[in-house]
Design a protein around this ligand. Sequence first.
Ligand SMILES: C[S@@+](CC[C@H](N)C(=O)[O-])C[C@H]1O[C@@H](n2cnc3c(N)ncnc32)[C@H](O)[C@@H]1O
Length: 302
Amino acid sequence: MSKFNDPAFLRQTQYRDASNLSARIRVHKQFSANPYGLYRWIFDHFPRQSGLRILEIGCGPGLLWVENRDRLADDWRITLSDFSPGMVQQAMANLDPKPRQMRFCILDAQRIPFADASFDALIANFMLYHVPDRAAAIRELARVLRPGGRLFAATIGKNHLLEMREMLSQIDPQVEFGRAAQWFGLENGADQLRPYFTDIVVHCYDDALVVTEVEPLVEYILSSQHATAAAEHPDRLRREIRRRIERDRAFYIQKDVGMFEAVRRRIEPEVDLRRARRLRKKTEPHPTSDDEFDAAKDAGRP
Ligand SMILES: C[S@@+](CC[C@H](N)C(=O)[O-])C[C@H]1O[C@@H](n2cnc3c(N)ncnc32)[C@H](O)[C@@H]1O
């Protein structure tokens, strides 16, 4: 198992609190070319239905809601959850005073403690790639979503931060940085959702990083805890970033970010098949050869 989807490492180290994630979010806030904002863009896709019951899984420090606090309908019921108690605490602090539509809880995506069909919309942003048993998590997401309800799952594609990864692999060819898309990315996420979801679409967010300062990017890279060789040689890392900024007046880094929107199937294909088999067992089997046909005829069947 990679550190990337090792629950103990994620809960106790990487996401023990919001400090690592915040270093990365700072860079996105400060140096993103698209001024609209990813969390505002994500929210734009949510249904505007009244009485919506929403569950967010892996909410982190709750930034989706911090950025869209002014857009919540009065009669929504929103549950923010994460498996890291430190993250839930941070989300509560960031959303203080608590909007009255909100509640918080600690839960693991692989075992969601809610009844079937409890929610109309489910959000799982930038988190499914961390889950070791993703099939179990996706089954759980589908179970607690009502048939016809919607899943929103933002993630990255394989070219996300490519230039940053290329620079890091010059320092450490084995670097694991930025490989999340191989677990649940824009290229392979739809196949993983398909057993339980239909009408799957990918929305793409157009953006790039245009980095003009060295230190925030160093902090970003070290916050991931995957760039271990770079952490051992931070001066080399600083030199490489500075060289690029001086050469091109900025370090240009592509972002490959998007979001799956999908509808909970009313009936899963395997349930369909199980039911069809049960129906077939209730009727007489079809004769499959002349012998069987004769035997069936002798037994008085057509
Ligand atoms: C990259 S952060 C994304 C946070 C937030 N969704 C956002 O978009 O800002 C991933 C979050 O998923 C949480 N997480 C990872 N594995 C989880 C699991 N199995 N169940 C619930 N939360 C999990 C982490 O604790 C972390 O807060």
